[in-house]
Design a binder for this molecule. Structure first.
Ligand code: PXP
Length: 244
């Protein structure tokens, strides 16, 4: 039953590049994965160009920018290098994430409150270039107030902690996500969410009415090994739609 607005799926293709880079060379091609995901119903493609280029490369971003017919969400650390790349390609959206070299994946949200002065000129430049800026934050009121202060049109709520907890402990974290989503939307900010989402845990997050987009990668690419990427994307979209 549809009671709330539609929910978009952004497919993160980083880990197709991780597998490619394990051997060097050109296969598997993350751009091919992006085009296939789009065919299967993905509403956008997300790619994180990390400082150490461990998965997505500059050339991948150039190709995605040229070849995609659905929006590209460029995940970037708040560095001058990444800002220059974003301004060169002007993707539909840029999601600013914290980045630590030693982490295996993005471990927490960005401290938008503590880093206001560093982020403010970056957010302003991206917005002036027509890029929709999103801040990847923990679901808490202080970070949402900071996003409002920075003029960010979008926040992406970090669901990593929710995804790690067992069913019993999840309820509290889900409440935090729902409260943060409501607060952000009340302040005119579009709400996205992502990290660690799977077929088993996606529904409660997808059911939060203010959430407009989920960005999902690792699980979908892993599942694609068994059933193919089109199937994993289709099944995820179906679960998201059922939850609305
Ligand atoms: N959103 C952001 C901002 C991320 O950094 C990531 C991981 O790269 C994701 C979503 C997707 O997370 P996962 O790969 O766990 O689905």
């Amino acid at each position: 039953m549809t009671t709330v607005g539609p929910l978009r799926l952004g497919v993160n293709i980083d880990h197709v590049a991780t597998v490619r880079n394990a051997r060097g060379g050109a296969f598997p091609d993350p751009v091919r994965a992006a085009l296939l995901a789009a065919k299967a119903g993905a509403d956008g493609i997300t790619a994180h160009l990390r400082e150490d280029r461990r998965h997505i490369t500059d050339h991948d971003i150039a190709r995605l920018s040229a070849e995609l017919s659905i929006p590209l969400n460029f995940e970037m650390a708040p560095t001058p290098e990444m800002l220059a790349i974003a301004l060169r390609h002007r993707p539909h959206a840029a999601c600013i994430v914290p980045e630590k070299r030693e982490e295996r994946t993005t471990e927490g949200g960005i401290d938008a409150a503590g880093q206001h002065d560093r982020l403010a000129p970056m957010v302003a430049e991206l917005l002036a270039a027509g890029v929709r800026v999103s801040l990847f934050i923990e679901p808490d009121a202080r970070q949402i107030a900071a996003a409002v202060g920075l003029g960010a049109p979008v926040v992406e709520l970090h669901t990593g902690r929710y995804a790690e907890l067992d069913e019993a402990a999840r309820a509290i974290e889900l409440r935090r996500l729902a409260d943060a989503a409501a607060l952000a939307a009340k302040n005119g900010i579009e709400v996205h969410a992502g990290h660690g989402l799977t077929f088993d845990n996606v529904a409660p997050v997808a059911a939060i009415p203010q959430v407009r987009e989920l960005n999902i990668g690792h699980f979908l690419i892993g599942e694609a090994i068994f059933t193919g990427l089109e199937d994993s994307v289709r099944r995820m979209k179906a679960l998201m739609e059922q939850a609305r």
